[in-house]
Design a protein. Structure first.
Length: 218
């Protein structure tokens, strides 16, 4: 798979270029992030979409940042960007065509993935409670005996990214996905498909990005 470009903070946004998949981490509680987000407005459709969602304020800030990232890579003005949802509620780029986006966050952390092919991202704090045992398959539970909480959180984060990449996050349980460790990341398999997940530990978080197994950005 082609190399993923990892960005961190508002400063990295200014140097983001190219066609490779991009994964952008930000803290939403930093003044620089709020100032940067001021470059994008929310449409009436955005406000209506987000109004009924939990943590609507965080989601609104994240939507504005996503529009900025899309604008930078597509060459459009942020106000020309339209983000909607699929029939089962996954974020979907409607304008411009040909882009896939994934959004994740647990305040104050935010992760945005952008690619020409399906992509899924997730972020979890390293000090989060580890997932319950029933989040893992029997095979996983045997393989993960005695591992650290960080490893358990990483596997959980990979599963979330997998589900988002396949667009089924609202329709699949954690124990329906199985993770396998690889030399350069994780493989995640479910009845709906297979993804390869790359992970980095940064800023006190686990950050995961999933792409379809065998996919390559054009």
């Amino acid at each position: 798979m082609s190399e993923i470009v990892w960005l961190s903070g508002s400063d990295d946004f200014t140097i983001a270029t190219g066609d490779a998949p991009v994964v952008w981490y930000l803290r939403l509680d930093e003044p620089e992030t709020e100032r940067l987000a001021g470059g994008a407005m929310l449409s009436a459709a955005d406000l209506q979409d987000l109004a009924a969602k939990p943590e609507a304020g965080m989601r609104a800030l994240r939507r504005r940042l996503a529009k900025l990232l899309l604008a930078r890579f597509s060459g459009l003005h942020p106000d020309e960007i339209t983000i909607g949802r699929t029939g089962i509620g996954a974020p979907q780029v409607l304008q411009p065509e040909g882009w896939h986006i994934s959004l994740a966050g647990r305040f104050p952390h935010c992760l945005i993935g952008l690619s020409r092919l399906p992509i899924g991202v997730d972020v979890e704090p390293l000090d989060a409670e580890p997932p319950p045992e029933d989040s893992f398959t029997r095979t996983e539970r045997l393989a993960l005996q005695g591992v650290t909480d960080t490893t358990l959180i990483t596997r959980w984060t990979a599963k979330e990214a997998h589900a988002k990449c396949l667009g089924i996050a609202s329709r699949i349980d954690a124990d329906e996905m199985e993770t396998v460790e690889l030399e350069d990341g994780l493989r995640v398999v479910s009845h709906q498909g297979e993804t390869r997940v790359h992970v980095r530990l940064e800023n006190g978080t686990v950050q995961a990005v999933a792409r379809l197994a065998g996919s390559d950005a054009p």
